[in-house]
Ligand binder design. Structure first.
Ligand code: ADP
Length: 192
């Protein structure tokens, strides 16, 4: 499976749609670098750095951290040789400003995005999945009020990114309400 034509992938979908799970799957199947901004932010926070402390309030409230912060982190990861073999973006870009920065950055690196994949899941199912996750993992942002805020932000800030990117990047929508393995197989076919 090492020869997928499209190796630079951006995964989209609201909180709970399965982006992290499917990005991990692509990492295992294709060896592409999994770049998960939420994970990066949580790691920074747990290191207790000054930046990490500043991020905590955003993460707990389900608010987006400032574009400059996230773009600087992404620039670092995308420029790394680890991304030479391809990458899957999970959780970025989430705003139009981030999407524009990404496009600029990738042009500079000569690593254009090959495809954007959107995982569609009805909101009732998202809320059920995230509430279940709250009891399994210690994610302080999986409370009902914060879940609602994250879904609202996806709708208001991230859906416009899809319109913007679809002007220059092929885009595929998958039914993310299907079982994990089936979504994985659809995803492999979509990027093959
Ligand atoms: P989910 O997709 O389930 O909301 P993530 O782990 O992707 O979970 O993100 C968790 C939190 O990290 C977000 O609610 C937000 O506070 C922050 N975050 C992640 N990615 C970005 C980004 N690209 N821009 C701004 N904030 C982000």
């Amino acid at each position: 499976m090492g020869d997928a034509a499209r190796r630079n992938v951006a995964l989209f979908g609201p909180a709970g749609s399965g982006k992290g799970t499917q990005a991990e799957f692509l990492n295992r199947e294709l060896g592409v670098e999994h770049i998960a901004t939420g994970e990066m932010l949580r790691e920074e926070r747990s290191r207790g750095t000054e930046l990490g402390q500043a991020l905590a309030a955003y993460l707990d409230a389900g608010k987006l951290v400032p574009d400059e912060v996230i773009v600087a982190m992404i620039r670092h990861r995308l420029s790394d040789p680890q991304a030479d073999n391809g990458f899957v973006l999970d959780g970025f870009p989430r705003t139009l400003a981030q999407a524009r920065s990404l496009q600029e950055l990738l042009v500079g690196l000569q690593r254009p995005l090959d495809i954007a994949v959107v995982l569609d899941v009805p909101s009732e199912q998202l809320v059920a999945r995230l509430s279940r996750r709250a009891t399994l993992e210690d994610r302080g942002d999986d409370t009902p009020a914060v879940i609602a805020e994250r879904l609202r932000i996806y709708h208001d800030e991230t859906e416009p990114v899809l319109d913007y990117l679809s002007q220059s990047v092929p885009m595929v929508r998958l039914d993310g309400s299907m079982p994990v393995d089936e979504v994985g197989q659809m995803l492999l076919k979509a990027i093959a």
